[in-house]
Design a binder for this molecule. Structure first.
Ligand SMILES: NC(=O)C1=CN([C@@H]2O[C@H](COP(=O)(O)OP(=O)(O)OC[C@H]3O[C@@H](n4cnc5c(N)ncnc54)[C@H](OP(=O)(O)O)[C@@H]3O)[C@@H](O)[C@H]2O)C=CC1
Ligand SMILES: CC(=O)[C@@H](O)[C@H](O)COP(=O)(O)O
Ligand SMILES: [Mn+2]
Length: 393
């Protein structure tokens, strides 16, 4: 069997690293076609020396010239592209079978969409793409015959707990609702009055998962779970009232599907993204991921609690965006991205994240999304409103 060719968007990130760890274990099965990075140039150069991709993509033409020089000196023929057009080119290239979309945030939308429009097998980690442009993205998947496989651990768990080849109308499969598990983040037990003073370092110290800074802050505010509710809505075609969130601090159950006969199916495993990545890379087969077997005696207990929407208003804001529909999820996402960057830079406090998002949603308002252009415009307006509110120029 010829090796599957793989474009890895966001190769220098946390998901990028986990993906390459799985790929290294199966050198005859996967061939890296393209690797992309944004700021971590030395890491990208090192990865190119190891995987010898046909293409590498960087942010600017200047970076491309510098990297090309390094790679030629190392005897590599890797062609170096730059910018969004470079990302789109390697996502849609005819020689590519599979695209791992692991760029963080709105910056990953256009390349992930290009992969869907080119009919690729799309392994979607970049949840923001679906949150912003769910209807546009899912239409592209259907119209261009792409295969969409969820990487987000919860959605991958749901995918694994649904019948093979499940129908877009989950009611036909006897599904009553899905339950997304949430760790609760580093501040699960932190009193409300302390939240205003927590630091970025505390916020990115996730109790169970090792992830990039943006998603780690999202987990701390519970916005990650809010984004995941919206992601689940588009992936599985379920209304908000059939998507529930349950806080499960051990992060062993990655999500559950409840059927009309009372059965509840779930996927369990150690909290390590190499499991969903290996699942999607090999689907429908199974391959080794390097993740240690689950030791239930060591886990010993599994706890569950309801999310606290008062201390963590971001989850409620996401449900609000989903019920408003149209451009509201894109507005929510953009305001969140601006607020998280400001928080990580020490410009605003933790509790200013939800208050900024709520104010931007009120100010920008909702409206229909008929095209990608509508999504881009909603994103632009929300960023502008958030920047103004936070006095960022
Ligand atoms: N980490 C995890 O365990 C999980 C992540 N996800 C989702 O996967 C995505 C990636 O997350 P994660 O790996 O943690 O993030 P990281 O911050 O670790 O990595 C992000 C990657 O995107 C690249 N990047 C950042 N900004 C841009 C830009 N403007 N243009 C092009 N590339 C860019 C980075 O390049 P560079 O580093 O070179 O600057 C890096 O390769 C997110 O959408 C996240 O929500 C979902 C579930 C779990
Ligand atoms: C690993 C993964 O999929 C993350 O999205 C994870 O779910 C974050 O944990 P929280 O449950 O704390 O948001
Ligand atoms: Mn997740």
């Amino acid at each position: 069997m010829p090796a599957q060719t793989l474009t890895l968007l966001g190769a220098t990130g946390s998901i990028g690293g986990s993906t390459l760890d799985v790929v290294r274990r199966h050198p005859n099965r996967y061939q890296i076609f393209a690797l992309t990075a944004f700021q971590r140039m030395a890491e990208l150069a090192e990865l190119c020396r190891e995987f010898r991709p046909a293409y590498a993509v960087v942010a600017t033409p200047e970076q491309a010239v510098a990297l090309t020089g390094q790679l030629r000196a190392a005897g590599l023929a890797t062609e170096v592209l730059s910018g969004e057009q470079g990302l789109i080119q390697v996502a849609a290239h005819p020689d590519v079978d599979t695209v791992m979309a692991a760029i963080v945030g709105a910056a990953g939308l256009e390349s992930a969409l290009a992969a869907a429009q080119a009919g690729k097998r799309v392994l979607l980690a970049n949840k923001e793409a679906l949150v912003m442009a769910g209807p546009v993205f899912m239409t592209a998947v259907r119209e261009h015959g792409a295969t969409l496989l969820p990487i987000d651990s919860e959605h991958n768990a749901i995918f694994q707990s649904l019948p093979q080849g499940f129908s877009r109308d989950l009611g036909e499969n006897g599904v009553r609702r899905i339950l997304l598990t949430a760790s609760g983040g580093p501040f699960r037990s932190t009193p409300a009055e302390v939240l205003a003073t927590v630091t970025p370092a505390q916020a990115v110290a996730h109790p169970k998962w090792s992830m990039g800074p943006k998603i780690s802050v999202d987990s701390a505010t519970l916005m990650n779970k809010g984004l995941e509710v919206i992601e689940a809505h588009f992936l599985f075609n379920l209304p908000a009232n059939r998507i529930d969130v349950v806080v499960h601090p051990q992060s062993i159950i990655h999500s559950l599907v409840e059927y009309v006969d009372g059965s509840v199916l779930a996927q369990l495993g150690n909290p390590d993204m190499r499991t969903p990545i290996a699942h999607a890379l090999a689907y429908p087969e199974r391959i080794a991921s390097g993740v240690a077997p689950l030791d239930l005696f060591q886990v010993a207990r599994l706890d569950f609690e309801a999310p606290d929407l008062v201390r963590f208003p971001c989850l409620g804001l996401a449900y609000r965006a989903l019920s408003e529909g149209g451009r509201s999820p894109a507005v929510l996402n953009a305001a969140n991205e601006v607020a998280v960057v400001a928080f990580l830079a020490g410009r605003i406090g933790f509790t200013a994240i939800p208050s900024t998002i709520a104010a931007v949603m009120d100010e920008v308002g909702t409206g229909p999304v008929r095209s990608l252009e509508d999504v881009r415009e909603a994103d632009r307006q929300a960023r502008q409103a958030a920047h103004k509110r936070l006095a960022i120029h």
